[in-house]
Write a protein that binds this ligand. Structure first.
Ligand SMILES: [Zn+2]
Length: 239
């Protein structure tokens, strides 16, 4: 069983540590900064062997070089010249490995054009970066609504019990928007209350699951790319 640990960074990022107790290996997903990762690793007595990046944005890759320097780890990420220290370019169908566990690479463009997700099918775990958020999705900085809609469909078609590890704590703001977008959706109303209670206590709302997102994420639930595009535009200007 992989152990997944969140490392909060900046104001609302999560850097995910992936630890395999059998091999003793640890990978780091999207280290926007190195210092909090190194502190957590030291606290746990772990050793960083790999960095996996989902996309080039600096709040996901800014710690790459410092981590490599401190630990000698290898860096894998999508083929983008803007990913610092990238040793291995990942594209659809490639794999990353930690101990005996294999993560499959799926391309999910939209937030950026280079964006990938890493899916551990056997473990029902997916690292989805800034593509899908709990009850929301990433902004379209580079891709088209059609691309993003297709990317969300890919993730939402994973088995229902797949746990999704997103890279930001945006759930409360997303839940408020979801409740406005689907005022009659009881699952959204219930989840909004749960998320509000968690955040009042300063607690993390992740990971989410495919089943939860199918029930409460208006972007996943959009019937087509056109409806998705209008929702995304509404969310961009939502308070
Ligand atoms: Zn991003």
């Amino acid at each position: 069983m992989l152990k997944i640990v969140p490392v909060p960074a900046f104001t609302d990022n999560y850097i995910w540590l992936v630890h395999d107790p059998d091999s003793g290996e640890t990978a780091v997903v999207d280290p926007g900064e190195a210092a909090p990762v190194l502190a957590e690793i030291e606290r746990r007595g772990w050793t960083v062997g790999q960095v996996w990046n989902t996309h080039w944005h600096p709040d996901h890759t800014g710690g790459n070089l410092a981590l490599k320097e401190a630990t000698g780890c290898t860096i894998s990420g999508p083929a983008s010249p803007r990913i610092p220290g990238n040793d291995r370019e990942l594209s659809e169908g490639d794999a990353v490995r930690i101990g005996a566990h294999v993560g499959r690479i799926v391309e999910v463009p939209g937030h950026t054009l280079d964006h990938i997700a890493i899916i551990f099918d056997d473990e029902r775990i997916a690292f989805v970066g800034d593509t899908l958020f709990a009850m929301g999705c990433g902004r379209l900085f580079e891709g088209t609504p059609e691309q993003m809609y297709a990317s969300l469909e890919k993730l939402a078609s994973l088995p229902a019990d797949t746990r999704l590890y997103c890279a930001h704590e945006y759930t409360l703001s997303n839940a408020r928007f979801a409740a406005a977008a689907e005022p009659d959706n009881k699952d959204i109303a219930v989840r909004l209350d749960q998320v509000r209670a968690l955040r009042d206590e300063g607690r993390i709302t992740l990971p989410t699951t495919v089943a939860l997102e199918r029930a409460t994420n208006p972007f996943v639930r959009a019937s087509d790319a056109e409806r998705f595009a209008s929702l995304r535009a509404r969310k961009d200007s939502f308070g």
